[in-house]
Design a protein around this ligand. Structure first.
Ligand SMILES: Cc1cc2nc3c(=O)[nH]c(=O)nc-3n(C[C@H](O)[C@H](O)[C@H](O)COP(=O)(O)OP(=O)(O)OC[C@H]3O[C@@H](n4cnc5c(N)ncnc54)[C@H](O)[C@@H]3O)c2cc1C
Length: 504
């Protein structure tokens, strides 16, 4: 039943990326209504301190706050990101790597050709269907260009960033302080509830009591308010996604800084390579069911060519899954406290943004009551599962045989109905866009993304069974595609120059 709430004080628990993003967005939205926002963070419990790649959603978030690239990027050692190269996920000859770009307004000119050729190739016709050939952003990443066109190039571009997450947190804290956040540094000892089960106040270890009308739980995997206090159950995704651990190690940056993330599959997981202006961030995301922490660290160091180096490695545990409901009583969880899908497509910060934005909309539309709580929770759960299925697809379609980890991932029967339908659609040579629309999941990953992944992994009839091409008119016009991409690329500049010139 709808429950009226008189909202004067909102309390955010947690000062990681999620907490500071929330603080800025809620202040921006509701400060003029006289709502106060307080953020409590523990000086003794650190932030997760990883999470250095974004999707275009981070740009949208910073645009809402009217924060320009020239203001934040250099403070956070940030670089531009065209997308992600996936290396060694497939062992099909010719498909050892592929690029997953962000959506780009120029895709209309080339994406249809990828669709055309990948359909022919699925039918067993010998045509080029590797996605990189059809993507402007793949070409920009290969040339180490920034995804920022010259001013007279009249197309809109979406792109992501790489950044130092600790510095981004500090930057967002500074911005929140400028616009009126109350910041308290202390640890929550216990939480007081009202007789109706709502959260009343936080008791801190310095004896302060922080009362609020509404609470936002950004306390990371600890989920102090939503899971621990309000006892919202956690639904693990471990049957679908096996990885539960990560190791992070920095290495020296190349002088010619790449404009993409690289995700390379290793024996029991994959490694991210994220370029910042001052270092590479590297991290091995793996499953502790298949190897020990020591084995994983050794493999990561060997992969990075730093077996002998004494640079310290950080070991992290990941709790992969989602809460049953993100909003219960007078508390919404945002960030790791609400759930986490492993960082293969760098979606967590995007999820933080979308959770705050959707919560704020639902709260406002319900006139600061819980009128739209159930719809919001349903939407969050669907969003988690929509993203999860696309991540699972990477594992399900791998063709590696070098370890039980990869074989088990490929043979895993615990996949959702939606994912199973999408795979059937691909193998039955049906249209991906129609199936995504039928399943109502086109909002998570576009047909282009699905096509890039499925074609990029080389999920086609074997090369030796291919027949020769049909009439040329049936195939993609590769000369057109190449000329178009080359012509467009001339409107972009090197990443290094863009970074040195103080951003766009
Ligand atoms: C290995 C790994 C790689 C990742 N890579 C990416 C990526 O590339 N892209 C991406 O978008 N995301 C990534 N993420 C996710 C991303 O790091 C997080 O979503 C993001 O940092 C938000 O974290 P958070 O703020 O929810 O939690 P945290 O950073 O853990 O912050 C928790 C806060 O709660 C406070 N706190 C906890 N308990 C108490 C208490 N009792 N009292 C007071 N304060 C308390 C802590 O002090 C801290 O301030 C990755 C995550 C992992 C694990």
């Amino acid at each position: 039943m709808e429950k009226p709430m008189k909202i004067k004080n909102i309390v955010i628990l947690g000062g990681g990326t999620a907490g500071w993003m929330c603080a800025n967005l809620l202040l921006k939205k509701w400060r003029h209504l006289g709502i106060n926002v307080t953020l409590v963070e523990s000086p003794d419990i650190g932030i997760i301190g990883v999470g250095e790649g974004s999707t275009p959603s981070l740009k949208a978030f910073l645009d809402i706050l009217e924060i320009d690239e020239s203001e934040w990027m250099s403070e956070c050692n940030a670089t531009y990101k065209n997308g992600i190269t996936f290396k060694n996920w497939s062992s099909v000859a010719g498909y050892e790597e592929y690029f997953h770009p962000f959506p780009c307004s120029l895709d209309f000119a080339t994406f249809g050709f990828l669709e055309k050729n990948s359909t022919l190739r699925r039918k067993g016709v010998d045509v080029i269907a590797k996605p990189n050939r059809f993507s402007l952003m793949a070409s920009l990443a290969e040339k180490k260009f920034a995804p920022i066109p010259s001013k007279n190039f009249p197309f809109h571009f979406q792109y992501g960033y790489h950044f130092d997450s600790v510095l981004l947190g500090k930057f967002l804290r500074k911005k929140a302080l400028e616009i009126g956040i109350t910041h308290i540094q202390a640890t929550v000892k216990n939480v007081e509830l009202d007789s109706n089960g709502d959260i009343n106040s936080l008791n801190l270890n310095d004896d302060q009591v922080v009362s609020g009308d509404f609470f936002v739980d950004c306390s990371g995997f600890a989920s102090v308010l939503l899971q621990k206090t309000l006892e919202v159950p956690f639904i693990s995704f471990s049957e679908n996604l096996f990885n539960d651990s990560a190791i992070a190690i920095p290495t020296e940056i190349d002088p010619d800084i790449p404009s993409q993330t690289v995700s390379t599959a290793l024996t029991n997981g994959w490694v991210w390579l994220i370029p910042l202006t001052n270092r590479f961030g590297n991290g091995y995301v793996y499953s502790s069911q298949y190897c020990t922490q020591e084995e994983a660290e050794k493999e990561l160091r060997a992969h990075l060519g730093i077996l002998e180096s004494d640079v310290e490695a950080r070991h992290l545990k990941m709790k992969v899954g989602r809460v049953k409901e993100s909003w219960r009583k007078n508390c919404v969880a945002v960030g790791l406290s609400q759930g986490f899908i492993e960082p293969l497509e760098a979606t967590a910060i995007q999820f933080v943004h979308s959770t705050i934005a959707q919560f704020a909309m639902a709260f406002e539309q319900g006139e600061f009551t819980d009128k739209h709580k159930d719809e919001f929770n349903e939407r969050m759960n669907q969003d988690f599962e929509g993203i999860r299925d696309y991540i699972v697809l990477h594992y399900k379609t791998n063709s590696r045989n070098d370890s039980q980890y990869w074989i088990d991932n490929r043979e895993n029967k615990n996949i959702s109905r939606n994912l199973s339908s999408m795979l059937n659609c691909w193998y039955k040579i049906q249209a991906l866009d129609a199936e995504l629309n039928r399943l109502n999941i086109a909002g998570y990953y576009s047909p282009k993304s699905w096509n890039c992944l499925l074609a990029g992994m080389g999920l086609f009839p074997p090369a030796e069974s291919l027949t020769s091409a049909e009439a040329p008119s049936a195939q993609a016009d590769l000369d057109f595609v190449d000329n178009f991409i080359d012509g467009c690329s001339m409107n972009f500049r090197s990443h290094e120059i863009m970074l040195k010139s103080g951003m766009s």
